[in-house]
Design a protein. Structure first.
Ligand code: ADP
Ligand code: MG
Ligand code: ZN
Length: 501
């Protein structure tokens, strides 16, 4: 996809020669019911161009009205990021022509964003804390989507024609921009990932967005430049657009560090441009030369009044902030009594919230933990999905654990039930009933299977009668097979030994 000739410097050499400077811009689509400036619905995945009206497709004479819920979400995001909230902020027109932007301008905020000067503390893998300074969080509207037909991998290059879907045009966005992150050195890629992860968790806890990077409701652009060790000014940056997973954020930053270092060491100059990230091979390639703010001819949006949130309203919103995810995590760790290391693993596999929800649904913490980190983690792995995206809910897991606790299912049977749920066969209780999976409690049924197995293996039966208790294992195995795993092995063993005594 990208020129094979792109030179990359060894990472260690990059670090020896340069300091990276990073700036992260995160766009988050708010999960309001309606768009930023009109009443159109915002649901993801609808038929193209069914969620549009004169306002969001920019017909002449239509007038925008700001969505109060979106303003509320923007303020809560600002507060959660320790920002100041501006008593009066204005919308601005950012002018540019692009086919997915039907008005030929985007309503955004420019020099008076609603929230500014904040910070977010993030925790790195080794437990150290890193403070990321937030420059601003501002409100804007999303663009539509172009679909390029006929070219390779959906790119416009080589396409025969393009289709436009304006359903997303006008969906409320908050853009969160960091100040330049300096001094991270070799940890810059890790800081980038940790920051986007912490931000995602925070936005999720605030319940303001779906934060689905794969569906584009959370999108990250990574700005990166390098400074020579002795330099006093920042170097020229590139902006890698729409990096669509947490892992990719880390990969993209690392790649740009290695690429820019090779350019600079060869005596070249870094071009200020946007770059595309390629999920398939983790590389970036040139996009467009970067416009400067002047090119956009920003001016105050004449059709919208300033946003002037009442200070008492802001104070009230401050009381609605949820317990911060990392504070909550520390509290949960205490409650569960697990080590830092175990907790970090649980966080890394994305199991914490799932375990909490499973416990809330009635399971014991230990059983809940066991299910998510072993059997279900294996299932996620083999199915190639994230733990949270498995087709089983914490309530269903709790129900299955309950069936084991009641002795209705053995662990093996419970795993069969969970697998069936994952395969979309229905609810646990239904699956147990449909497949007749319950543990056979009825001794008379078991007795028959035991007698059959002993009769089929007279030599082994003889050994057991002679006192070789270990030989019973084979008979128990046969009975378990005959009952399709539905017997309680301990009870079967008792019955076998009783039959041979
Ligand atoms: P743009 O409109 O170009 O996207 P923004 O101000 O929205 O600009 O975002 C630029 C981002 O890049 C910010 O996070 C900022 O901190 C960061 N940044 C600015 N200068 C540099 C630089 N020289 N190297 C790396 N990052 C930078
Ligand atoms: Mg920007
Ligand atoms: Zn509309």
């Amino acid at each position: 996809m990208t020129a094979a000739a792109t030179e990359l410097l060894d990472y260690d050499e990059v670090i020896a020669e340069f300091d990276p400077v990073m700036g992260l811009e995160v766009h988050v689509e708010l999960c309001t019911a309606t768009k930023m400036f009109c009443g159109c619905p915002t649901a993801f995945g609808a038929e193209p161009n069914t969620q549009v009206c004169p306002v969001c497709i920019g017909l002449p004479g239509s007038l925008p009205v700001a969505n109060a819920k979106a303003i509320e979400s923007a303020i809560r995001i600002g507060l959660a990021l320790n920002c100041s909230i501006r008593p009066s902020s204005v919308f601005a027109r950012k002018n540019y022509f692009y086919p997915d932007q039907p008005k030929n301008y985007q309503i955004s905020q420019y020099d008076e964003p609603i929230a500014y000067d904040g910070h977010l503390d993030v925790v790195l893998a080794d437990g150290t804390q890193w403070r990321v300074e937030i420059e601003r969080a501002h409100m804007e509207e999303d663009t539509g989507k172009s679909l390029h037909i006929g070219g390779a991998t959906g790119r416009i290059h080589g396409a025969s024609h393009s289709l436009l879907d304006y359903n997303r045009a006008g969906v409320p966005l908050v853009e969160i921009v960091t100040r330049p992150i300096v001094g991270a050195g070799d940890r810059a890629p890790e800081v980038a990932r940790a920051y986007v992860t912490a931000l995602r968790d925070l936005l999720k806890a605030l319940d303001v967005s779906d934060v689905r990077m794969d569906q584009g409701s959370l999108r990250c652009d990574a700005n990166l430049s390098l400074m020579r060790k002795d330099a006093t000014e920042f170097g020229t940056r590139t902006e890698t657009k729409n990096v669509n997973s947490l892992k990719s954020v880390e990969i993209a930053v690392r790649y740009e560090m290695r690429r820019q270092a090779a350019v600079l060491l060869a005596g070249g100059e870094v071009v200020q441009e946007t770059r595309h990230f390629h999920e398939t091979d983790g590389t970036t390639s040139p996009g467009r030369r970067k416009e400067t703010a002047e090119d956009y001819r920003y001016f105050p949006e004449p059709d919208l009044p300033p946003v002037q949130p009442d200070s008492s309203w802001v104070a009230e919103l401050a009381t609605t902030l949820p317990e911060l995810p990392w504070v909550r995590r520390a509290r949960i760790q205490q409650e569960w009594g697990v080590s830092d290391e175990v907790m970090r693993d649980l966080v890394n596999v994305g199991a914490v919230d799932l375990i909490i929800a499973t416990v809330d649904a009635g399971a014991a913490p230990e059983a809940a933990r066991g299910w998510w980190v072993s059997f279900l983690a294996q299932q996620a792995n083999s199915r190639g999905v994230e733990l949270a995206d498995l087709a089983i809910t914490p309530a269903q897991v709790a129900e299955i654990i309950g069936l084991v606790d009641e002795g209705k299912l053995t662990t093996k049977l419970a795993q069969q039930v969970a697998t069936a749920v994952l395969d979309g066969e229905g609810e646990p209780a239904q699956i147990v009933a449909d497949r007749g999976l319950e543990v056979v409690r009825d001794d008379s049924a078991l007795q028959k299977a035991v007698d059959d197995a002993l009769a089929a293996n007279p030599d082994i039966a003889e050994k057991i009668r002679g006192g070789k208790v270990a030989a019973a294992g084979k008979i128990v195995g046969d009975v378990m097979k005959a009952t399709r795993g539905q017997a309680d092995p301990a009870r079967v063993k008792e019955l076998v030994l009783a039959a041979c005594s």
